[in-house]
Design a binder for this molecule. Structure first.
Ligand code: SF4
Length: 311
């Protein structure tokens, strides 16, 4: 039987997890120029500092430039600082033309949908009310939460927005790394279940929104092929995959989690096993499987990535 979240947390930090998430406040802006591994996008957007997801494999708390010192280690997932006046700041950037024809990654360091529903809803409303020339070229939403709560208003925006490069105005990069609820609950403190994620993906697709399922970080699966066939049924044209990463040049899995995997699930780090898993993905998706950086890079222009795969 796999260990629980609390047991793994105790093993990593020599203390039980805090009982509650502490909420503070951040005065920082919500937009910044894209740097590092998210290069390729013009801007990144974060509406809070820290993330209540508290995933034990999350690379963000181990990145010196990604989050403040006080939110790293055992605090990750237990202290969140929502930014002040998010909607007002967003409306100002939009009105002043700073988002016009830009590609925006929302977000690499906190889940954009682990926030108040009123906030994300207001952001889409602002976009829907903006004149065409002020709208971004593309917004890539990176999430493992429930963007389907805004499916209708995102869909309205997508239908009414013609991107300058002919691609979709919105793409949802949806993280789903396992269908095993025991592993999800052991590794992620407060994220949706596998079934909830599948419902989210289905709802988004039925609303005409581009979804790129991101099998990340790739864990153990009970029925991988069944999940992939479901994606195909929802007419998802390609998928991306990110295996757990050790000693690469960016976004490595944090060392306590690597040590845990080496002990409990060594196959997840084994290149031969990963190769076999890729073959399983390709058995359903052919060469419409993009790995690591190629998968991430595709999000800036997913229609171009697809054209390339089809040519
Ligand atoms: S939901 Fe995403 S950003 Fe939040 S802790 Fe989990 S992996 Fe990190």
């Amino acid at each position: 039987m796999s260990q629980t979240y609390d047991q793994i947390y105790q093993r990593f930090f020599n203390a039980p997890p805090p009982e509650h998430v502490k909420y503070g406040e951040s005065k920082t802006d919500i937009l910044r120029e894209a740097r590092g591994f998210i290069e390729g996008f013009d801007l990144t957007m974060q509406t809070q500092v820290g993330c209540p997801g508290g995933c034990l494999f999350c690379y963000v708390p181990s990145g010196r430039m990604l989050t403040p010192e006080s939110l790293r280690g055992g605090q990750w997932g237990f202290e969140v600082r929502p930014k002040r006046e998010v909607v007002k700041k967003f409306e100002t950037h939009l009105r002043e033309g700073q988002l016009a024809d830009k590609t925006i990654y929302w977000s690499g360091v906190t889940d954009p949908y682990a926030t108040r529903p009123a906030e994300t809803r207001a952001i889409w409303d602002a976009l829907n009310n903006a004149p065409a020339h002020l709208r971004p070229r593309r917004i890539a939403i990176q999430t493992r939460y429930r963007p389907d709560r805004d499916a209708e208003t995102i869909s309205d925006y997508v239908r009414a927005t013609a991107s300058s490069d002919g691609g979709p105005a919105v793409v949802v990069s949806y993280s789903i790394g396992s269908d095993r609820e025991d592993l999800i609950r052991a590794w992620e403190k407060a994220t949706p279940s596998y079934q909830q994620r599948m419902t989210a993906i289905q709802t988004l697709r039925e609303s005409g929104i581009w979804v790129v399922p991101t099998l990340s970080p790739f864990g153990l699966w009970s029925d991988l092929e069944g999940t992939l066939r479901q994606f195909k049924g929802w007419q998802i044209p390609y998928i991306t995959c990110l295996f757990f990463k050790k000693a690469t040049d960016s976004a490595n899995t944090p060392s306590p989690f690597l040590a845990y995997l080496e002990h409990e699930y060594p196959m997840l780090l084994d290149p031969q096993w990963q190769h076999e898993q890729l073959a399983r993905l390709q058995s359903v998706y052919g060469d419409h499987v993009l790995l690591s950086k190629a998968g991430f890079a595709s999000l800036t222009a997913p229609h171009r990535a697809l054209e390339k795969m089809l040519s």
